[in-house]
Design a protein. Structure first.
Length: 418
């Protein structure tokens, strides 16, 4: 099996598709090594194993709305596209979505995946409870009332158990409009950065860091927010745009200020179309919002090295949360996302230089994308990192859910891997 991007082949020779959580629990209890796979949209080996791989797509797809509690219970293998269509039929919504609706709910939450908006938390921010299968095969459910263990488990990298279900907060459905502006001068963008990224419910900037301007600004506004005809010198696009200038906008969500439901505006790409570029690689680094102008200027100094490797870079924001390993842990943040051409040796060679450049700004890598595991001081970046490592060791003493990447991140190889 390969991942979505095709840049890695998984190491497992034993692949199972359990049809029930009880069957899954039995597989986990009996396995020496085991990991779950969802939509396989990670670009690194966070979900890999040399033992048993379990695919969650055969588990019953459950989407159960509790109108009184304003929550929805969803099984781990469900995609955001499937979830959102069901929610909209009941007149409710979730607060935010990633650029692709094709990803699985469980996988996205476990790796800290996010959308955009200075006041919008990552996808994990909607989680009210989480169901896990522990290394022993025990089934547990944790809610916000469980405090630290819940806050450690939501963005858990698969190290604390296999996620079989989540309960998410919902809100009334809402209308949005999306507009693209072009050629935003860099000087104006950096001078007015907080105002720029707060100019709509969700804002994304697309650039290659070269030249004097940002090529595109995507504004996803609530329907009652007034449309912006000009933004610090940027001008409205005269036709629908794709983030990549040579690509058709056919597979993108509708633009040109046409009102539509939240689920058809918050993602960049439509659920019914092939997402993004296809074969690509991705990295992303999340850092405190107040460092954004200086960090972006630093990255611009690498434009000559970035340009041959980049399809495009996206700059987004996110609100702070309390999840121990969330890249947004206790900091309102800016996220610098890099969509690379499928040139992994060249990307791998450049990443340490890019990471060194961003290190003074406290940049935290996205857990599901390409980064250098040994190039980060995890305990400095995450105040509860040592506590997470202890919890992982207590719940999985034999390293059943571990792999080479998690061993590198957690610092001490699991007992069975020594």
């Amino acid at each position: 099996m390969k991942n979505w991007a095709g840049n890695l082949e998984y190491a497992s020779a034993d692949v199972r598709r359990p049809s029930s959580v009880d069957e899954l629990a039995g597989i986990v209890a009996a396995a020496g090594r085991v990991k779950a796979l969802g939509s396989r949209h990670s670009f690194n080996r966070v979900g890999d194993t040399d033992g048993v791989h379990v695919l969650l797509d055969a588990l019953p797809h459950t989407i159960e709305l509790d109108a009184a509690r304003k929550t929805v219970r969803v099984s781990g293998g469900v995609s955001y596209g499937e979830l959102c269509r069901t929610l909209e039929q009941s007149g409710v919504a979730i607060h935010n979505l990633a650029s692709l609706p094709h990803i699985s709910v469980a996988g996205a939450v476990q790796t800290g995946t996010h959308g955009s908006g200075v006041e919008n938390q990552s996808l994990a921010g909607a989680v009210e409870s989480i169901d896990l299968v522990r290394a022993s095969g025990e089934r547990v459910s944790l809610s916000r009332a469980d405090g630290d263990e819940f806050l450690a488990s939501v963005v858990g990298l698969g190290a604390l158990g296999i996620v079989t279900g989540l309960e998410l907060a919902v809100q009334p459905t809402f209308l949005m409009r999306q507009r693209v502006l072009e050629n935003l001068p860099w000087d104006a963008a950096l001078a007015h950065f907080p105002e720029l990224v707060s100019s709509a419910y969700s804002v994304s900037l697309f650039t290659d860091y070269a030249g004097n301007s940002i090529s595109q600004v995507w504004l996803k506004a609530l329907d009652h927010e007034p449309p912006l005809g000009n933004l610090f010198g940027a001008t409205p696009a005269q036709r629908p745009r794709h983030p990549l200038p040579d690509m058709s906008a056919e597979n993108c969500t509708l633009q040109m200020d046409e009102p539509g439901q939240w689920l058809d505006r918050l993602p960049h790409f439509r659920h019914e179309f092939t997402p993004s570029k296809g074969e690509e690689l991705q990295s992303e680094f999340i850092l405190p919002l107040e460092h954004a102008p200086a960090a972006i200027e630093a990255v611009r100094s690498l434009a000559g090295k970035l340009a041959p490797l980049l399809f495009v870079s996206e700059i987004r924001t996110g609100a702070a949360d309390e999840f121990w390993l969330s890249p947004f842990y206790r900091q309102q943040s800016v996220a610098l996302h890099f969509t690379w051409k499928p040139l992994q040796p060249e990307v791998d060679a450049l990443l340490p230089e890019l990471e060194d450049l961003l290190e003074p700004f406290g940049a935290r890598p996205h857990w599901g994308k390409l980064f250098s595991p040994a190039g980060h001081d995890w305990e400095s970046l995450y105040p509860r990192f040592a506590d997470f490592r202890s919890l992982a060791s207590a719940n999985d003493p034999d390293g059943k859910f571990r792999n080479g990447l998690l061993d590198s991140i957690l610092g001490v190889p699991a007992a069975s891997a020594r």
